[in-house]
Design a protein around this ligand. Structure first.
Ligand code: C2O
Ligand code: CU
Length: 489
């Protein structure tokens, strides 16, 4: 292993009235659906459809880590430090090993990682390995997977990543403050068997974050405000890549570069605009895509990762990558293309044939429905899932190896990037329209009043949280647990 911006958008709202009037037809339709289902079940085709969907999934990613590699030992110390974001002005942050992002961890598929975390912060903490399918007690969620690491204490995380790709690690305790202060880093796992390893002369991680800074370049000390909670979380006035304003990568004309982009922001989403660069999406949320597509216009919600393959233009110049999520372009970073022309490898990036098509999943019954809403508890706004806040939640129960279809319903105006630990899923439909994304995700963005159906075959047994990745929403209740029970057969 080795431009100030920042409008806070959206507001808490509820489902518009007209949906109430659809109640009777919906009730009738569901009776028809239930009858149809019973018919399907009795003829056995319902079960065979699920068997078929599970068959399509088989081999998409491994059930167990392969192992057999080295034991890599790492020490991470979480502590206050200062970094420089705006010119030479020091900004007080919290960081792993005194850098933001924390050390860029990199390993090889098969390696076992043992990470000793020492907490030198004035607060308790934990670390979550976002996107890595770790053993359940290594997943980093306080009260669900482990006890908080108290100031002065250490905790040892150990796991063997089963998948290659771009992942990230971050505090999973009081994230609205701890992520905002800088407690995050990237973790990349390479597959030594992948021919893709050889086709890039540069392989670069860009961790994107926004900071809400005062005129003195200090973090605004009011974390998790009522306004942050009721809007789309804390949006900053400065956007950085690898904690650098105006990060610039140098590349040669014709050079082939792999860029791994991570959204580590508390609440801000980015819509990627590559301008004159041709960027191809080769992996999403870690895993290799089933089919390469154009990355232009891709939305990177909090938690998401996108790996893009860019062959640099032959014309030297400064090429900017912008965010256009809120309409007006905001520069994220740039690529300075200069020097001698490079010989780029002509190989096509490999893809994962195992990514299921799952178009037939449109006919599969919905196993669980999760309704994301808002309400008040003792005069405070909270975010609920099926009417419950985290702590009073009813776990979603699913079974290892069984195709599961879940409908996510946003009954509010703010957005919710919904993240599931321990599993990958595929988006099946959005607002009734089939979606054909040739890749898995671990985080999907629900925009205003969106209804999104996802499909998955859980492989990892245990209690995994599902939550909004807007830190302030998760802390105001929008989190539940998916319990994956071992298969009984
Ligand atoms: Cu990246 Cu539960 O989070
Ligand atoms: Cu949310």
């Amino acid at each position: 292993m080795t431009s100030p911006s920042g409008t806070r958008t959206g507001s808490i709202g509820s489902r518009p009235d007209w949906l109430g009037r659809l109640a009777i037809p919906v009730a009738l339709a569901s009776i028809v659906a239930v009858v149809a289902l019973l018919v399907l079940r009795s003829t056995g085709s319902g079960a065979s459809l699920e068997t078929e969907l599970e068959g399509e999934f088989a081999g998409a990613y491994p059930a167990e880590p392969v192992g057999g590699g080295q034991l890599v030992e790492i020490e991470l110390v979480a502590a206050p430090t200062t970094i420089k974001i705006i010119d030479d002005q020091p900004t007080d942050v919290w960081a792993y090993n005194a850098t933001v992002p924390g050390p860029a961890l990199r390993g090889v598929l098969g390696d076992t990682v043992r990470i000793t975390v020492r907490n030198d912060l004035p607060a308790s903490t934990t670390i979550h390995w976002h996107g890595i399918r770790v053993p359940n007690d290594m997943d980093g969620v306080p009260d669900i997977n482990q006890a908080r690491i108290e100031p002065g204490d250490t905790f040892v995380y150990e796991f063997t990543p089963p998948d290659a790709g771009t992942f990230w690690y971050h505090s999973h305790t009081n994230g609205s403050e701890q992520l905002e202060r800088g407690l995050y880093g990237s973790i990349v796992i390479d597959d030594p068997a992948s021919p893709n390893l050889d086709i890039y002369t540069q392989d670069v991680v860009w961790v994107i974050d926004d900071w809400l800074l005062t005129d003195e370049a200090q973090l605004d000390p009011d974390f998790n405000t009522a306004s942050d909670r009721t809007h789309n979380g804390r949006w900053g006035n400065v956007i950085t890549v690898n904690a650098t304003l105006g990060e610039t990568l140098e590349a040669q004309p014709g050079e082939r570069v792999r860029l791994r982009m991570v959204n580590a922001s508390n609440g801000r989403a980015y819509t990627l605009d590559f301008g004159d660069l041709e960027a191809n999406l080769i992996a999403f949320d870690g895993l290799t895509v089933g089919e390469v597509s154009d990355a232009e216009g891709l939305v990177l919600a909090p938690g998401n990762r996108a790996d893009v393959d860019i062959t640099m233009p032959t014309t030297p110049g400064l090429y900017t990558v912008n965010d256009v999520f809120a309409g007006t372009p905001q520069p994220l970073a740039a690529i300075a293309v200069e020097g001698d022309t490079a010989e780029a490898s002509p190989l096509e990036p490999t893809t994962n044939d195992g990514v299921p098509d799952w178009t037939a999943a449109a006919e599969a019954p919905i196993d669980d429905e999760l309704v994301f809403e808002t309400s008040q508890r003792d005069g405070e706004w909270v975010w609920t899932i099926n009417g419950e806040v985290f702590g009073e939640h009813t776990p979603i129960e699913v079974t290892e190896g069984e195709f599961t279809k879940i409908k996510l319903i946003n009954q509010t105006h703010p957005m919710h990037p919904i993240h599931l630990h321990g599993q990958f899923f595929k988006v099946l439909s959005r607002n009734g329209e089939p979606v054909d994304e040739p890749f898995f995700r671990d985080t999907v963005l629900l925009n205003t009043l969106d209804e999104v159906e996802i499909g998955m075959v859980p492989l990892d047994v245990g209690n995994w949280v599902l939550h909004c990745h807007i830190q302030e929403h998760a802390e105001a209740g929008m989190m539940t647990v998916m319990t994956v029970a071992p298969t009984t057969t």
